[in-house]
Design a protein around this ligand. Structure first.
Ligand code: PLP
Length: 396
């Protein structure tokens, strides 16, 4: 099917939630490269929004999936399931959490986290349904995760929202002190706010929120759906902050493209869920867990060091470009392979994204007129140099 035919089919039959899509149809990929239906090559700095962490067509990954497809793709959660139990063990051992629940997406992982914190609070004898979240956050598209998302534009048509969220500004320690008390169910935050523009939280703020949660016995939920699985050079981005959440959620990179989300919790929190409190038909099925097992085993110290190295090289290049073109790039943020470059008002991030696509580079955008770079971990310094060259030309 050619591009025009496909575009017509999509605009006739698919719900219009994605607006006009980017003008390319990818048919296959290899490493950090994607190819479209005309055979044109693209360097990928988006990775299906921080999902395809091992790049495309990884032999070991394909073999792990094929072996699982050849034996058992799905069995329901009435039965024990070896890939699920092994992935649960591996994630708990690598992160220090006690227990895990698997869903199919980031939103489901966060939905589970919110339910778990609510049930924990209920267990303590409180009827509170109050949570604290941050302004400019993003936690997903289900109703509860939308409620946790501190951006009014997402709420307006869908009110009433479940639960009672108080939104505080990122890095406002005073507001955190005022909002966090013994009668809330939990606090949820991303340590690097991804969708709203790649904004890392301040160290002092994260430490203060952790201390306040400890002081009041309130669960801290850290949404690592985008930042987790090595993206920032640590398995979990919260390690950069030297703290540990009571509940951590994962998804995007965990399955390298096979849908899976995970909610990890300490024993104290996990114990709040009893039989029948939560569930999923597909969640943690053998195919998804075979994918998760392969990815989780791959993220070792050597790969994390490589992510840190390539990431700091990339960030250095973006910072140098900002110094050369201070009228064009206002800020460069993030760490590891999760970087953002905020453009001046003279540009629209989406226009630069389209220009770069024409030149053979796939990049993302985020809020605040920001270019977002979340490439596969296999990206190389030479690829970064090529992108910087094309970006320099696109900003001229
Ligand atoms: C993408 C994302 C989500 C939502 O994940 P889905 O798989 O789209 O449901 C939640 N939180 C963060 C931080 C994300 O980046």
């Amino acid at each position: 099917m050619d591009y025009e035919e496909l575009k017509q089919l999509d605009s006739k039959y698919y719900m219009e939630v994605f607006g006009e899509r980017m003008p390319a149809v990818f048919t296959h990929g290899k490493g950090a490269k994607l190819y479209d239906e005309n055979g044109s090559e693209y360097l990928d700095f988006l990775a299906g929004i921080a999902v395809n962490c091992l790049g495309y067509s990884d032999e070991g990954f394909k073999n792990a999936l094929k072996a699982q497809i050849d034996t058992l793709i799905h069995t329901c959660n009435y039965f024990y399931n070896e890939p699920q139990a092994r992935l649960a063990q591996m994630l708990c051992e690598k992160t220090g959490y006690a227990r895990v629940f698997f869903g199919n997406s980031g939103a489901e992982a966060n939905e589970c986290a919110l339910k778990l914190a609510k049930k924990y609070t209920y267990h303590k004898g409180s009827a509170s349904d109050r949570f604290v979240a941050l302004k400019q956050s993003f936690h997903g598209r289900t109703l509860a995760t939308l409620a946790a998302t501190g951006q009014e534009k997402f709420h307006a048509p869908f009110r009433p929202m479940p639960y009672d969220f108080t939104y505080i500004a990122a890095n406002d320690v005073k507001a955190a002190k005022a909002a966090i008390s013994g009668d809330i169910c939990g606090v949820i935050l991303e340590v690097i706010q991804g969708e709203s523009g790649v904004f890392p939280l301040d160290q002092a703020f994260v430490a203060a929120v952790r201390a306040l949660c400890d002081e009041h016995g309130v669960p801290l939920i850290i949404d690592e759906v985008q930042t987790g699985m090595g993206r920032t050079g640590k398995l979990l981005a919260q390690e950069h902050y030297g703290i540990k959440a009571d509940i951590t959620t994962l998804a995007k990179a965990l399955g390298n493209g096979v849908p899976i989300g995970a909610c990890l919790a300490s024993e104290k929190l996990a114990a709040a869920f009893g039989s029948g409190d939560h569930g999923s038909t597909f969640g943690g099925n053998p195919l998804a867990c075979a994918a998760g097992l392969y990815v989780t085993a791959k993220i070792d110290d050597a790969l994390l060091a490589q992510i840190t190295q390539t990431g700091s090289y990339f960030k250095g290049k973006l910072a140098a470009l900002m110094r050369r073109l201070p009228q064009s790039i206002l800020d460069v943020r993030g760490f590891g392979l999760m970087l953002g470059a905020q453009l001046s008002e003279a540009y629209r991030a989406h226009d630069i994204q389209l220009k770069l696509l024409k030149e053979g580079f796939v990049i993302g955008t985020a809020g605040g007129n920001t270019l977002r770079f979340v490439p596969p971990f296999v990206i190389e310094k030479a690829d970064v140099d090529n992108l910087i060259g094309a970006l320099t030309a696109a900003l001229k």
